[in-house]
Design a binder for this molecule. Structure first.
Ligand SMILES: [Zn+2]
Length: 108
């Protein structure tokens, strides 16, 4: 016996097969935004997945507020780094589609 109803199973399958749907994941740590697995906070892919998922799931009218909160947090982290309370940052974001890295050239 399945935990999911027949209707839920069919909906999940149709969502998974939807060619227009994007699912952000870190394949290394099997982390997906909204999933049960926790992100690895030392992993760039996990962090990218986490923040992109956060922004993508924020209603449009709240995105500016969310970005301002993230900007504030980044400034706080920079100050923590300057005072020696924090480790180095990643030098650059890396964006992957499947296993192919796209966008920003690798610098670190
Ligand atoms: Zn990861």
């Amino acid at each position: 016996m399945s935990i999911l109803s027949k209707k839920d199973q069919e909906q999940l399958i149709s969502e998974a097969m939807d060619p227009t749907k994007v699912t952000l994941t870190c394949g290394t740590h099997t982390y997906a935004y909204g999933g049960k697995t926790s992100p690895n906070f030392k992993c760039k892919r996990c962090l990218f997945t986490m923040f992109m998922g956060l922004i993508a799931n924020t209603p449009p009218d709240k995105r500016k507020e969310q970005m301002e909160m993230l900007e504030f947090t980044i400034h706080e982290l920079i100050e923590a780094k300057k005072s020696g309370k924090m480790q180095d940052f990643f030098k650059h974001p890396e964006v992957y589609v499947g296993d192919k890295r796209v966008g920003v050239p690798k610098v670190n």
